[in-house]
Structures are given as structure tokens and as C-alpha cells.
Design a protein around this ligand. Structure first.
Ligand SMILES: CC(C)(COP(=O)(O)OP(=O)(O)OC[C@H]1O[C@@H](n2cnc3c(N)ncnc32)[C@H](O)[C@@H]1OP(=O)(O)O)[C@@H](O)C(=O)NCCC(=O)NCCSC(=O)C[C@H](O)C(=O)O
Ligand SMILES: [Mg+2]
Length: 370
């Protein structure tokens, strides 16, 4: 284990200094594409500026025969595209695969100056991150890069889950963690066959009513309520990320046609503390951007509480509800996110500005008297 002083020392002579804080760049939708798929690849330049993150996927969902074409396709797209405010990420092949080493050496050498984050699948523990950390430092030094490439781990094994806190804290490069529900389900031996989302069999049932003789009527009609298979996992992942100052993400929602359940799953993750999700198909991008942007109503309320709380201490009533230091802190999380999104999204900028103006007008004493 490194001591605290060494933690921010570059791991290779000539490598850029590690960041002391992970930048809070908008990443509501991490949009996956297969760079070896010509139709998809052709759409990517036009998506720059429209989506927060474009991710060239090299791992699962890319056929083994296409792995090298995908790697080269990503190099070509990376070189030729002006990404503007959009980040460029990649998902590398797994550490034990025959492709990982060539993926990372090629990408850092060829487009390391364009790559913001590398996603590492099937991370088991801190040792996996330590390996990637040192290798990236060596490759960055060799390529003469000026800023460190960040690392994002996918939580998709039971061991990774058990070690999630140490994974989050394993390197100053750690940017965040995503849930990988399909691999995690298989590794845990869950009895599902889906990529993310719920399951109708995972439910609780209303208690049976009592008959006149006081006995339970177990055959009576009883409501059932489907439960969220991923609640524990996401909540634990969010805590581990928050503890280490990095970001938590939902992962893939594989039922592309069920946009309603997709939105629900994304919103649960947003409410629990995730900052974004993966999008696998263009139709999921609008859902992710909308769900992972605070609503105008919430932002209006947040500014209202901020205004009413003055120096941030004490308790006040806003719309019949008690607000104090702790609810103000929640409002400030929303305001901070709104301000980051407003910086890149003109529609949100004007909507949030109106919300702010309205809440200031409500709270100004002279406005209330009019
Ligand atoms: C899911 C898909 C295979 C569907 O593709 P397709 O059948 O081609 O869909 P459509 O006909 O509806 O497509 C319409 C047009 O849009 C283009 N398209 C489709 N997907 C994308 C995309 N992601 N980015 C850009 N453009 C896209 C099509 O080419 C069509 O174009 P055109 O014909 O010109 O109109 C496909 O969407 C897909 O492969 N998506 C990515 C899948 C993926 O990345 N999977 C890996 C992540 S999930 C995972 O790995 C599990 C995880 O690790 C875990 O363990 O949980
Ligand atoms: Mg996976």
C-alpha cells in the first residue's frame, strides 16, 4: 500500500502528475458504439456535441474477429473527430484477454491526447487498478502526454463487489464505477437472463386477508409489488464512490424497446446518487440526458431554499416544509449539478436561469408584499 505522500507522485518518470480531484464533467449518457461497425462508426462525428460521452467499445458485444478492426476504428475516429465538449472514452478488453495489452498500448500511443477515460471491465480488486495505473503512467510518459488518462472500473464480479471500496480508492486516476448487471448476475449465479432492469419474479406479496374464523386466506387475490434487483448493489456502489470522491453510474439497460422501464431504472439510479448511465442505442440518449438532469421544479425549489437559508444555518419554512442546514446541502448538490449542465447545454441554461430568477423573486420580501 502506498503512503499518503506517494499517492500523488507519478508512477513513471515523465508521466503527468495525478489529479488531486476528479473533474465533475457532465456524463449523463456514456454512449457505446462498436468502432468496427461501419454504420455505427459513421454516425459518431455527428454525435459529438450531442452526447456527454462517446465510448468506443472494444470488449463484449464486439466479435472476436473484429477486435483489431474495432481498435483501429477507434484510432481513426479519435484522430479525425473534433469532439468539442464531448468526452472520448473507451472500454478496453479484459485484463486476462489476448487483446488488453495491444488495446492500451495502441490507444495511448495513437490517441492518448484525445482519450479522457479508459473503462476496465471485470475488475476484481485494487491489484487490477494498480496494474493499469502503472502501465498507463509508463505509456503516458512514452507518448509525452500532458494530462493523465482516468480509469473507470466496471463492477461485474462478486469479488469486485466485495472489494468495491478498495477499488474506488486504489488510484488517484479512479474516475468512477459502473454497474455491469449482466456479468455480475452471471458471476453471482443470479437466475436472470437479462441485461439490467428488473424481473417480475422478484417481488413481495401483500399479506393474506383474515377470514371470518380468523384464518389466513392465502388463496385470496393479493397485490404483488415488483422489487428492484439492483438496489443493494447500486446503493453500495454509490457509497463507495462518494467516500472516495469519484462518480457512480448505472450501466446498460438491454431492452432497447422498453423505453418506459429503461427510464424508471435510470431514474432510480439518479435518485440514489448516480450521475449517469450507459446508452446502447441512440433512442436511449434522450432518456438518459433528461433523467440525469435535475428537473426545473427541483432547481427552482433548491434556489428558493438557498435564498431562504441566508448564511446556511438555522431552520426556515419554505412552502410549508422545514428546511435546515442538511436539506440545504441536498439543494446545493442539485444546484452544483445544474450549473455544470448549464455550462454545456443552452436549453438547460435558460430553463435553470428562469427557475433561479423565479425563486429569487418569491423570496425577496418586497416581492412577497406586492
Ligand atoms: C442493440 C443493437 C445491436 C441494435 O442495433 P440495430 O439492430 O442496428 O438497431 P436499429 O436498427 O434500431 O438501429 C437504427 C440505426 O441506429 C444505428 N445504431 C444502433 N446502435 C447504435 C449505437 N450504439 N450508436 C450509433 N448508432 C447506432 C444503427 O446502425 C442504425 O443505423 P441506420 O441503419 O443507418 O439507420 C445496437 O444498438 C448495438 O450494438 N448497441 C451497442 C451494444 C453494446 O455496446 N453492448 C455492450 C454494452 S452492454 C454490456 O457489455 C453488458 C455489461 O458489460 C454487463 O456485464 O452488464
Ligand atoms: Mg460485462
Amino acid at each position: 500500500m502506498r503512503n499518503a505522500k506517494d499517492f500523488f507522485t507519478p508512477l513513471a518518470v515523465g508521466a503527468p502528475a495525478p489529479l488531486r480531484e476528479i473533474p465533475a464533467r457532465p456524463s449523463r449518457a456514456i454512449h457505446f458504439f462498436d468502432p468496427s461497425n461501419a454504420k455505427m462508426a459513421a454516425k459518431i462525428p455527428a454525435m459529438a456535441g450531442q452526447v456527454d460521452v462517446l465510448l468506443g467499445n472494444l470488449e463484449d458485444a464486439v466479435k472476436a474477429d473484429n477486435k483489431e478492426a474495432a481498435r483501429q476504428g477507434l484510432v481513426d475516429i479519435g484522430r479525425a473527430t473534433d469532439f468539442g465538449p464531448t468526452q472520448l472514452w473507451t472500454r478496453l478488453n479484459a485484463l486476462d484477454s489476448p487483446w488488453f495489452l495491444d488495446d492500451v498500448t495502441t490507444l495511448v500511443a495513437e490517441i492518448g491526447d484525445k482519450l479522457d477515460v479508459v473503462m476496465v471491465p471485470k475488475v476484481q480488486g485494487a491489484e487490477d487498478i494498480h496494474y493499469v495505473d502503472r502501465l498507463l503512467a509508463q505509456l503516458e510518459a512514452k507518448a509525452g502526454l500532458q494530462r493523465p488518462i482516468l480509469v473507470h472500473a466496471i463492477l461485474e464480479t462478486a469479488r469486485g463487489m466485495a472489494n468495491v471500496e478498495e477499488i474506488c480508492g486504489a488510484s488517484p486516476r479512479m474516475q468512477g464505477i459502473s454497474l455491469g448487471p449482466a456479468d455480475l448476475a452471471a458471476d453471482r449465479r443470479m437466475k436472470t437472463t437479462r441485461v439490467g432492469g428488473g424481473h417480475p419474479g422478484y417481488l413481495v406479496r401483500q399479506d393474506p386477508p383474515r377470514g371470518a374464523d380468523g384464518t389466513s386466506q392465502i388463496d385470496a387475490d393479493r397485490s404483488t409489488y415488483q422489487q428492484d434487483l439492483w438496489h443493494y448493489t447500486i446503493a453500495r456502489m454509490v457509497d463507495a464512490c462518494a467516500m472516495h470522491g469519484i462518480y457512480a453510474y448505472y450501466g446498460p439497460f438491454g431492452d432497447i424497446t422498453d423505453v418506459v422501464a429503461c427510464e424508471d431504472q435510470f431514474r432510480n439510479a439518479f435518485l440514489l446518487g448516480c450521475v449517469g448511465t450507459w446508452t446502447l442505442h441512440p433512442k436511449q440518449i434522450e432518456i438518459a440526458k433528461r433523467v440525469f438532469s435535475p428537473s426545473v421544479e427541483d432547481i427552482a425549489h433548491a434556489y428558493q431554499v438557498k435564498e431562504a437559508m441566508g448564511d446556511g444555518t438555522g431552520a426556515v419554512m419554505v412552502d410549508g416544509k422545514m428546511e435546515d442546514d442538511a436539506s440545504l446541502k441536498q439543494c446545493l448538490v442539485m444546484v452544483e449539478l445544474a450549473e455544470q449542465l448549464a455550462a454545456i447545454d443552452p436549453d438547460l441554461r435558460s430553463a435553470y436561469a428562469e427557475a433561479r430568477a423565479a425563486s429569487t423573486a418569491i423570496d425577496a420580501p418586497d416581492a412577497q408584499e406586492k
